[in-house]
Write a protein that binds this ligand. Structure first.
Ligand code: AMP
Ligand code: TRP
Length: 348
């Protein structure tokens, strides 16, 4: 049987996972598990690039693993692991960093956004996409399933892989982003021109996977809409309703045109009431599984420990090749062309 193409994706343990993460990324990871050879990485080293608290980070790493398992990541089919458990990520990051230019890193949208107006910008934020490139290239991933906001980082990953291969010989697979046409950019419930984000100070802007039903109902009820009352998909003129239609369509698995028909002549109130129930219906079983994992952290830790061991095997094999290609470390004795006799003669 031919080997399946490899997929790798990552997610930061920086706080409550929301339906944007779910619809844009996690849901696709889960759905495609049979199709690919999968690695999913909880990127705690990336989470260090903004100020954070050490105890909270560790708690969130475990918390995120539970959410991913509850969402359907199956350890029998996918390797789930924590980035900092595999030292090779930081080693390859350094090597790729020597090929990246400061100019291209400064041009990254995320760097520009996170450094805007800050006097002291951590160098980690500049290096963030290089570490991400290392995550991907280390495992020869062919596809990287992510939301729209990651496109630029995957583009940079490709550039660095091409540059490395050109300089040191064919070593890395050039990965492709896997960004779905629907759901790759879920917008904030309070401002449909901004993407839904963990870092938005207003918790009403997002629905978290752990939100109880009454909180979901309240957030959807309060979600901004547009001035006219028609339920129609039109990103440009009706961004708020278009976003709610996208969320409805993906959770209920009903195409958007069918929803438009179903709600023709009906008001926003009824549409929102149904939408809240559709989300609750999907999240309730996930939350039940989550409660199981919360009650058994030892199961989650065992899965992550096993995942790290598998990831380490793959990473170590790849790094041996990379070190060799880059000329790092000592030469192997049998590769030395100077014989002991020559050495003796030349010193006479
Ligand atoms: P992060 O929370 O930044 O670690 O993102 C984890 C994954 O969720 C990445 O693949 C992101 O592209 C995706 N993602 C984050 N926010 C959204 C959003 N608002 N809509 C769709 N996908 C998103
Ligand atoms: N930068 C990604 C995000 O914020 C997370 C990430 C880190 C990632 N390493 C990765 C995503 C490797 C895909 C592949 O969402």
């Amino acid at each position: 049987m031919a080997a399946k193409p490899r997929v790798l994706s990552g997610i930061q343990p920086t706080g409550g996972i929301h339906i944007g993460n779910y619809l844009g990324a996690i849901r696709n990871w889960v759905a495609q598990q049979d199709q690919y050879d999968n690695l999913f990485c909880i990127v705690d080293l990336h989470a260090m690039t903004l100020p954070y608290d050490a105890q909270t980070l560790r708690a969130r790493t475990l918390e995120l693993a539970s959410v991913l398992l509850a969402a359907g990541i199956d350890p029998a089919r996918s390797v789930l692991f924590v980035q900092s458990d595999v030292r090779e990520h930081t080693e390859l990051c350094w090597i790729l960093g020597t090929l990246a230019t400061v100019g291209e890193l400064r041009r990254m949208t995320q760097f520009k956004e996170k450094s805007k107006g800050n006097e002291r910008v951590g160098a980690g934020i500049l290096f963030y996409p290089v570490l991400q490139a290392a995550d991907i290239l280390l495992y020869d991933a062919a596809y990287v399933p992510v939301g729209e906001d990651q496109k630029q980082h995957i583009e940079l990953t490709r550039d660095l892989a091409i540059r490395f291969n050109h300089t040191f010989g064919e070593t890395f697979v050039i990965p492709e982003p896997d960004i779905k046409p629907t759901g790759a950019r879920i917008m904030s419930l309070t401002n449909p021109l901004k993407k839904m984000s963990k870092s938005d100070p207003d918790p009403d802007s997002r629905i978290e996977l752990r939100d109880p039903p009454d909180v979901i109902r309240r957030k959807i009820r309060r979600a901004v809409t547009d001035s006219e009352t028609v339920i129609r998909y039109d990103e440009e003129h009706k961004p708020a309703i278009s976003n709610l239609l996208t969320i409805y369509s993906l959770f209920a698995d009903i195409p958007i045109p069918e929803l438009e028909q179903r709600y023709a002549g009906k008001g926003y109130g009824e549409f929102k009431r149904d939408l809240a129930e559709v989300i609750i219906e999907k999240l309730t079983p996930l939350q039940a599984r989550l409660a199981e994992y919360d009650a058994h952290p030892e199961r989650v830790i065992a899965i992550l420990t096993e995942g790290a061991a598998r990831a380490r095997e793959l990473a170590a094999a790849k790094m041996a090749v990379v070190r060799e290609r880059c000329g790092l470390g000592l030469p192997r004795l049998e590769s030395l062309t100077i014989s002991p006799l020559q050495t003796a003669l030349s010193s006479q």
